[in-house]
Design a protein around this ligand. Structure first.
Ligand SMILES: [Fe+2]
Ligand SMILES: [Fe+2]
Length: 290
């Protein structure tokens, strides 16, 4: 593994608001029981087919994706040379474990709504974790997690900034709001670990490109799979909303693309993106309830 000694010191993020420090990263208690919760209407995000299935697709990718993050960061924990960063990494792992578990529970809601999630999950899990992961080097997996975390932060930012979840049933909305807030809270951790371990720019660029393509592909595949199943795949309203989400209203595609390019700049650090205010209210709670 190539090590760049000039990057050995962790770049601990400067906090935008000064109210939280990266050392505080710890999981919150998620107390929504999807066995017990009332049935959630099918188009639960603003009665909108595209937005709902975009969020549903996010849930489909999370349990497997978070397990990958956890495996990868755990494989490096003993190599982290800074004790405070090592503790932060443990907090990151605990948060990602709780995200995977909660979205895994939310899959029960999708099943109750009549969606078959098994076909998507079989393809996604096989290609991602039985084919791509074993073919990747240890360092490229860590760089991939850095890119995933950048993408997760940007998804969180767009959805919280545009308040897309504010009119949704709280059983569903609070899962996403909590997860998005914690993605913003721990946005720097994987980057700092990568800098501490290696900082190799080429590997980061390669893994970011791969991650960008894979993430967009699976999210779009998951969204269309849900639309096919609820019979709304040919509804032009959904496609128009998707176009606006990507290109003109929320501008997700431009923000994601620029955000991934920005990650390649040597002078960039995730803490420079001032978005903590979007998450602050949620991060103050220790228990997540409906
Ligand atoms: Fe997460
Ligand atoms: Fe994360």
């Amino acid at each position: 593994m190539s090590k760049n000694n000039s990057l050995k010191k962790p770049v601990l993020p400067k906090n935008e608001s000064g109210e939280m420090s990266v050392d505080n990263i710890a999981p919150r208690r998620f107390l929504i029981d999807y066995d017990e919760s009332a049935d959630i209407k099918k188009h639960w995000v603003k009665d909108d087919g595209f937005l709902t299935h975009w969020m549903n697709a996010y849930t489909l990718t999370i349990p497997g994706g978070e397990d990958f993050n956890v495996r990868t960061i755990r494989s490096y924990i003993d190599d982290i040379t800074d004790e405070s960063l090592r503790n932060t990494a443990q907090g990151f792992v605990a948060q990602e474990l709780s995200h995977g578990k909660a979205h895994g529970e939310f899959l029960k809601v999708l099943t109750r709504q009549g969606y078959n999630t098994k076909i998507f999950l079989s393809i996604y899990n096989f290609l991602s974790f039985k084919v791509l992961e074993p073919l990747s080097t240890k360092l490229s997996k860590l760089a991939f997690v850095v890119a995933v975390e950048r993408i997760n932060e940007l998804i969180a930012e767009v959805n919280l900034e545009h308040k897309l979840l504010d009119e949704s049933p709280s059983e569903a909305a609070n899962l996403y709001k909590w997860h998005f807030a914690e993605e913003i809270e721990h946005k720097s951790v994987a980057y700092d670990i990568y800098q501490n371990i290696s900082g190799n720019r080429f590997m980061l660029a390669y893994s970011t490109l791969l991650c960008y393509i894979i993430n967009l592909t699976f999210l779009i595949f998951g969204t269309t799979a849900c639309m096919v199943q609820d019979g709304s795949i040919l509804n032009p309203k959904n496609w128009l909303r998707g176009f606006r989400y990507f290109f003109t209203k929320e501008k997700f595609f431009w923000k994601l693309s620029w955000g991934c390019l920005e990650l390649q700049k040597k002078s960039f650090h995730p803490s420079q993106n001032q978005n903590l205010h979007l998450a602050e209210a949620i991060l103050k709670s220790r228990d997540i309830t409906a």
